[in-house]
Design a protein around this ligand. Structure first.
Ligand SMILES: NC(=O)c1ccc[n+]([C@@H]2O[C@H](COP(=O)([O-])OP(=O)(O)OC[C@H]3O[C@@H](n4cnc5c(N)ncnc54)[C@H](OP(=O)(O)O)[C@@H]3O)[C@@H](O)[C@H]2O)c1
Length: 216
């Protein structure tokens, strides 16, 4: 697939690299540094390049949205017309301090995103995994026990694309249902972050909840 990365930071940089290494044609976009985008494309391997958000969006089969909530409008404006595109979003609706969700309970970032771009097909995925574990999951994907990763969305075809990308990244895709389920997934992502960064066992615990049992 041709995949545009909108936001090439911790999540976008790593997932874009993984998608390229899995054989997809990736365009990294949206960073303060053009040199960083070029370096990401170079390090990712042959089927990757850098570009503007509009270039990343133009021929994309799927776009990964991986920016802070405060940058969503800006990157979408720069991407241009995303009608008909699959938008896989890992962006959580966090406040400026990254301490709380600014949308929760009765809606979600993913649902509000879908309202902003009604002609696109939004799928929520990858928000429940810390970026630190992405490469190790990808590299051990041949092993027997793949960690599960939940996703949700409306359109069947878009969910199929997201499931493929989740699988290519080394996870077992778990369809959690329609996009409204994102209102439960996004608080789960905060629990994951709490366990990963404040808990004792580090980021890997975030997708290996069964390890909690080992404490007895
Ligand atoms: N990090 C995680 O483990 C994690 C896990 C789950 C979900 N998420 C969610 O995923 C989303 C992305 O998180 P992240 O940690 O990847 O964020 P990040 O590292 O800050 O990446 C954001 C990207 O947007 C770019 N950017 C920000 N402002 C810009 C501007 N004014 N002009 C151009 N580019 C700009 C940044 O540029 P630079 O390259 O110059 O920094 C960076 O490439 C967030 O919504 C977060 O809540 C993150």
């Amino acid at each position: 697939m041709r995949i545009g990365i909108l936001g090439s930071g911790l999540m976008g940089g790593k997932l874009g690299t993984i998608f390229a290494r899995a054989g997809h044609d990736v365009v990294f976009s949206y960073s303060h540094s053009k040199a960083k985008l070029e370096r990401l494309a170079r390090d990712a391997g042959a089927p990757a390049r850098s570009g503007t958000p509009a270039e990343a969006a133009r021929d994309a089969d799927a776009l990964l949205l991986a920016v802070h909530w405060s940058r969503v409008d800006d990157v979408l404006k720069k991407a241009g017309d995303v009608s008909g595109k699959v938008i896989v979003s890992c962006s959580l609706p966090m406040n400026a301090e990254d301490t709380d969700l600014v949308i929760a309970h009765t809606s979600s970032g993913a649902e509000e995103l879908a309202k902003k771009i009604p002609k696109a097909q939004v799928v929520s995925a990858f928000s429940t995994v810390p970026s630190e574990v992405l490469f190790s999951v990808f590299e051990s994907a041949g092993g027997s026990a793949r960690p599960s990763l939940v996703y949700c969305g409306k359109a069947k075809s878009a969910k199929k694309v997201a499931a493929q990308l989740i699988s290519d990244a080394g996870f077992e895709p778990v369809d959690a249902g329609p996009l409204r389920v994102a209102r439960y997934m996004e608080p789960l992502a905060l629990l994951v972050a709490q366990l990963a960064y404040e808990g004792e066992r580090g980021p890997a615990l975030a997708y290996r909840f069964e390890w909690l049992d080992e404490r007895g």
